[in-house]
Design a protein around this ligand. Structure first.
Ligand SMILES: NC(=O)c1ccc[n+]([C@@H]2O[C@H](COP(=O)([O-])OP(=O)(O)OC[C@H]3O[C@@H](n4cnc5c(N)ncnc54)[C@H](O)[C@@H]3O)[C@@H](O)[C@H]2O)c1
Length: 263
């Protein structure tokens, strides 16, 4: 198969997706009201996918600015299994069939050394960032297995690979997401359902508000390319992992670190 030059010259803002390789597919994107999740949803939609957004709040979601029409908006706390089950049932109704699950919802939590880290914040971060991923997979995987096809993309973090001072709960949760991704991938290896994760570095989104300037400066200084990651770059990678073109990779953690994590 030849690749035409236009496909290779896709602009980095994601405005010219190379194909409509997701035509007719259905996706759930958690934490899709803003930031990375919204960028992923926009990209999947541009590639022909119908997308249901899950989020705990849609106050930040501007339908006109989003540039696409979600098949449904589900207000759901991914850390509450009852809510996840309800949102899944509603999404199944809205989409008919679901092909893609992007577990993107996450919180950063406070920045504090472990010996001062608020106990409540540890529980909250683990509940959303790790247990939430398990809950969403727990609810959606039976549907994907029954169809014999699916793509799950879990949004981890470079912090889950390398650790990061001051955000031990976040790093532990993201490391947990990586271990969970590898385990679920093995469980589903003969089912047609592929499970992968991405490990982005610092990306410019609203999570910045929860970070101190020192933390942001330190994170940027560790990125060899000398800049932060842009949301369309994340979305482009996720769109490929979520597509049928990704056919022989499962249980893998795809790097988005500007040359930092060369392993
Ligand atoms: N921004 C970065 O630098 C960066 C780097 C690596 C990984 N990540 C990960 O990418 C993902 C998205 O981050 P972002 O920067 O777009 O953050 P963001 O805060 O802009 O967006 C996160 C979205 O998740 C939603 N959300 C939070 N808790 C939820 C819950 N309990 N149930 C449902 N929805 C919930 C929020 O309402 C929000 O819309 C997160 O998992 C984050 O850990 C971010």
């Amino acid at each position: 198969m030849t690749t035409n030059v236009g496909e290779r010259q896709e602009s980095p803002d994601g405005s010219r997706p190379p194909t409509r390789r997701l035509d007719g597919q259905g996706a759930i994107v958690t934490g899709g009201a803003r930031g990375i999740g919204l960028g992923i949803a926009q990209r999947l939609s541009k590639e022909g996918c119908r997308v249901v957004l899950w989020d705990r709040s849609f106050e930040a979601f501007d339908a006109a600015a989003a540039g696409f029409s979600p098949a449904s908006l589900q207000i759901v706390n991914v850390a509450d299994y009852g809510q996840v089950e309800q949102a899944f049932a509603a999404s199944e109704q809205a989409l008919g069939t679901i092909d893609i699950l992007v577990n993107n919802a996450g919180i950063n939590g406070p920045v504090a050394p472990t010996w001062e880290y608020p106990l409540e914040a540890w529980d909250r971060v683990l509940a959303v960032d790790l247990t939430g991923v398990f809950y969403c997979c727990r609810a959606v995987v039976p549907h994907l297995r029954a169809r014999g096809y699916g793509r799950i993309v879990n949004v981890a973090s470079i912090a889950g690979k390398e650790g990061n001072q001051g955000i031990a709960a976040y790093a532990a949760a993201k490391a947990g997401v990586i271990g969970f991704t590898k385990s679920l991938a093995r469980e589903l290896v003969d089912s047609g359902v592929l499970v992968n994760a991405i490990a982005p570095v610092l990306t410019e989104t609203d999570l910045f508000r929860e970070m101190t300037p020192e933390h942001i400066a330190l994170a940027r200084s560790r990125i060899p390319m000398g800049r932060t990651l842009q949301v369309p770059e994340v979305a482009a990678m996720v769109a490929w992992i979520a597509s049928p073109e990704c056919s022989f990779s499962t249980g893998f953690v795809f790097d988005l670190s500007g040359g930092r994590a060369t392993y």
